[in-house]
Design a protein around this ligand. Sequence first.
Ligand code: GLA
Length: 351
Amino acid sequence: MNLSLVARAPGRVNLIGDHTDYTGGHCLPMAINLEATATFVPLAGTDTLQVRSDLEPSEAMLPSRLQADHAGLANIEPAWARYVAAIAALTHPGAEGVLSICSNLPAGAGLSSSAAVEVATALAIGSELEPLALALACQRAEKLASGVPCGMMDQLVIAAGVEGAALLIDCGALTWETVPLPAGVEIVVADSGQPRRLASSAYAERVSECERAERVVGPLARVTVADLRAIDDLRLRRRARHVVTENARVLAMAGALLSGDIDTAGALMNESHASLAQDFEVSTAALDELVSSLRALSGVRGARLTGAGFGGCAVALVERGTRLPAGIAPRVWHVRASQGATVAVSSEPVQ
Ligand code: GLA
């Protein structure tokens, strides 16, 4: 019987600190108890990586040695297999065998289903990279496969998540510390029902607006709101103001959670949503409506859009035991802060 490698990688929800990672700022995500699983059966001498996914109708047959460049990946069909191809090329070139992927993470909801597949794939095919190096390689693969200039928050929390805690990540220093969640609260994720696709969103435009602001004032992670007066273009100034104020909110939120100050933590989430909606303009009518209906419920202490925006999910900080009324959102998950990705050898037959 062939031994297989089974890797599990969680999705993530970001409690606060959105659109800060790609300018070296701070964010506070946690890994969640919804996950992607990748099972790899090595078959030496086949020169191919055969890939199937329960999310996709057709299989992909990839050459085991691939060039990790955008042009080479763009020729790979079906298109979903480009992520797997980029991961294999960057984390464990030459892997040969059969890779089966399954996931209970909703796609396009902003819970990092693709980053979870990336990390699970890398570990299943035999990558032995440490969490930070693994996350950076997976981020590079995502950029190559999708063309979206994403940051590294998703891949890092998926690789390094800690049970019961969020991670306070300094995306400039590439360091992180754990922030345990207070016992009296729960994290709820609610889907707006509006699918989110980064490639067709204004995500890349926001990244380039931040770069333009930085050409005037220097790294946004190191400036104050007062410094932003040097930016003449008022729209760019608002984009930069979101980033600068959001970084401060992340640090304040970590402090509030550590001291069990739930009122402050909730208020910071509400302020974050306003900043993402008004200054960064990444919210939508559906997300705004969902966030205000969540906030109107008793037991909900704060709510905001989470992740990139442009659709997807909201996250709420709620008192433990709060039950949300049916119909508040098409899908609701009471999520637990979970451990990051793991890999194990299995002798179970693969279906
Ligand atoms: C997406 C990206 C992340 C991050 C968030 C917004 O999830 O993949 O790198 O930029 O959007 O915070």
